[in-house]
Ligand binder design. Sequence first.
Ligand code: SD4
Length: 328
Amino acid sequence: SSNFPLVISTWPFLEAVRAGWKAINDGSSSIDAVVEGCSTCELLRCDGTVGPGGSPDENSETTIDALIMNGATMEVGAVGAMRYVKDGIKAARLVMLHTEHTMLVGDQASAFAISMGLSGPSNLSSTESMEKWTKWKENRCQPNFRKNVIPTNSCGPYHRKKGVNLDEKRCLVEEIAEDMKLSHVGLHNHDTISMAIFDKSGHIAVGTSTNGASFKIPGRVGDGPIAGSSSYADDEVGACGATGDGDIMMRFLPCYQVVESMRLGLEPRVAAKDAILRIARKYPNFVGAIFAVDKNGVHAGACHGWTFQYSVRSPSMDDVEVFTVYPV
Ligand code: SD4
């Protein structure tokens, strides 16, 4: 169809979309084009939250969550909380193509990736990630992302500063809540690339790469490597990509929901809105967004808690176009 090839990505990650567009027009498969696109974001460290040197965890370490999915075969490869290896999306592709598994995590994911030829072990920290972490640590007096636990002292078991007590202003509950909200979705960053690419015949691949939530508890795996949550594709129906609060989103598999709703006949716009509203009804403060695209290339977005932008490149465009979506 003349609507294809087609590249769609979360956020105005223009260079990533251009790289995916070039690859698919140069004859790459959708899978390889998604790897080109997402790798570009990892290399450029899009928004400081994708690839090496991005959002650190509570121990200051940067890790990577990534997923790739083939919409023709429903094959999936993923890595969660991968350490010491810069190439998240390439590691995910290795898992998909060279194992019978779907997801590898942590140090063992790194070991596998390196054994298959990716470079490493590398230090994934950067000056920026260490500065971000140091600033966060200096201002903290409560553990991050924990609930229903009683801190062992006035400032919690983690990253406490000597002499800080509960009466101090920055220990106020509201401030902590605000702080956690910001650290979760990023203050002015966008955290995640999720991308869908259709080749000329309409074969779809999707991919996601992210450092996950800033200052997360080490070991946390987000929605990034979860098929159906961060992204999903089925050639027979279409595709979806997501960004936002993965701890919440992965409870709903919004991208699976979108694709299945479109399978039953919902338009992308309606399917996307429905998937976001299902989450927002249970979590009114949830922050997240998705794009939906059907097998004809019709696309739409929906979001909650922030304004969302997604990028598209199709044969009818001269360059990448950015679409803005307002909260439902
Ligand atoms: C996560 N979904 O790990 C990612 C973060 C994100 O926009 O997309 N933020 O929760």
